[in-house]
Design a protein around this ligand. Structure first.
Ligand SMILES: NC(=O)c1ccc[n+]([C@@H]2O[C@H](COP(=O)([O-])OP(=O)(O)OC[C@H]3O[C@@H](n4cnc5c(N)ncnc54)[C@H](O)[C@@H]3O)[C@@H](O)[C@H]2O)c1
Ligand SMILES: [Zn+2]
Ligand SMILES: [Zn+2]
Length: 339
């Protein structure tokens, strides 16, 4: 089969590898119908996480083509979405339906240990836990967002603990930030949104956010009577966005980080944080748990999932697709690869 592989910083190749086989009786093989490129894949592509070669991709929908003898909830032919984060499915941690809590350690597809989802076929361990039949009323784009980005945005927003009417800032308006904006609006928060790419700010404004034009801290202070925001979401993953978040959040507020930082440690000012009674939340998407909350919000029309996917490429054109996403242009926000 074909699998998209980052072989060096800035180099994407579609290579032939043997088809995956069932790793154990609880696993399934999914024939990928569409796989998305995430900002997290770009960390390999852009050399922030220089582990090469790596078969990439962790956001996929497709059809079950093989199941192990112990798989109970799925059969060949089922159309499913695959959680980007995987747990063993059996332990007390996985019982919380947050794979990050798995006692065996959460694993992410397309990061070395598990296969990459930007492939013809994907082996899925603990399939009864990791898979979800694509529900009635959920479009393919929505299903792809439920594998990762929407659960991430939802966790980013809910974990601000902000109350309806309070001001929340979203820094970074890629697909994750746009999902965080939409989630925060569904929670009736007052959302201020910033990205250096004006077209991405315009998209967030189209969803109902208010624009921050350039000076985040000054504009947040102006909008909150000098108090600061109840919470700031970092959907970028740079030291300077954390700095900005701490400067724009009010005393007793929350900084909610979902952006993936590089390998350099951030110099956290504990004195400043204690003095101002700040809360720092850092979150990997609790994907499985988010499905129960998000699916009703999508089907009731309270969270719009349209418009986030802007481009579709053939799997064979993955190199061009990565180059397009990495430009962070106003029009190319998120890309689907179709095998
Ligand atoms: N925690 C999780 O579970 C999880 C899940 C998915 C993605 N992520 C991470 O979330 C981050 C965003 O993902 P994405 O797919 O939206 O990526 P992306 O690269 O498409 O979006 C990042 C956005 O940040 C903007 N940006 C750059 N510098 C900025 C600054 N100083 N202030 C404000 N905005 C700035 C860019 O213009 C871009 O629009 C990535 O780091 C990704 O790895 C985390
Ligand atoms: Zn992702
Ligand atoms: Zn587990």
């Amino acid at each position: 089969m074909r699998t998209v592989t980052v072989t060096a910083s800035g180099v994407v190749e579609v290579i032939q590898v043997p088809d995956p086989t069932l790793p154990d009786a609880g696993s399934a093989i999914v024939q990928v119908e569409a796989a998305a490129i995430c900002g997290s894949d770009l960390h390999f592509y852009e050399g922030d996480l220089p582990y090469f070669p790596v078969a990439v991709g962790h956001e996929a929908i497709g059809r079950v083509v093989e199941v192990g003898a112990d798989v109970r909830r799925f059969a060949v032919g089922d159309r499913v979405l695959v959680s980007s984060v995987a747990g063993c499915g059996d332990c007390v941690g996985c019982q919380t339906r947050d794979p990050v809590a798995c006692l065996a350690g959460a694993k992410v597809f397309g990061a070395g240990e598990l296969g990459g989802a930007q492939s013809d076929l994907l082996a899925v361990p603990a399939a009864d836990f990791q898979l979800l039949t694509i529900p009635e009323g959920i479009s393919d784009d929505a299903a792809l967002l439920l594998t990762d980005n929407l659960g991430t945005g939802w966790a980013a927003a809910t974990r601000t603990d902000a109350k309806p009417g309070e001001t929340v800032v979203v820094l970074g308006l890629g697909a994750v930030g746009q999902c965080a904006v939409r989630a925060a609006l569904a929670l009736d928060l007052d959302v201020l949104a910033f990205d250096p790419v004006p077209g991405r700010v315009a998209m967030a404004v189209g969803s109902g956010a208010k624009a921050i034009e350039s000076d985040v801290v000054a504009e947040v202070m102006a909008a909150t009577g000098g108090r600061g925001a109840a919470a700031v979401i970092d959907a970028v993953g740079h030291n300077n966005t954390i700095d900005t978040a701490f400067a724009a959040v009010r005393a007793c507020g929350t900084v909610s980080v979902v952006g993936i930082h590089d390998l350099e440690p951030y110099p956290l000012g504990i004195l400043m944080g204690v003095y101002r009674s700040l809360t720092l939340r850092m979150t990997t998407a609790p994907v499985h748990r988010s499905w129960d909350e998000l699916i009703p919000l999508i089907t009731q029309g309270r969270i719009d999932t349209e418009g986030i996917f802007t481009h579709t490429f053939a799997l064979d054109d993955a190199a061009a697709a990565y180059a397009a996403v990495a430009e962070r242009s106003p029009d190319c926000l998120k890309v689907k690869l179709v095998p």
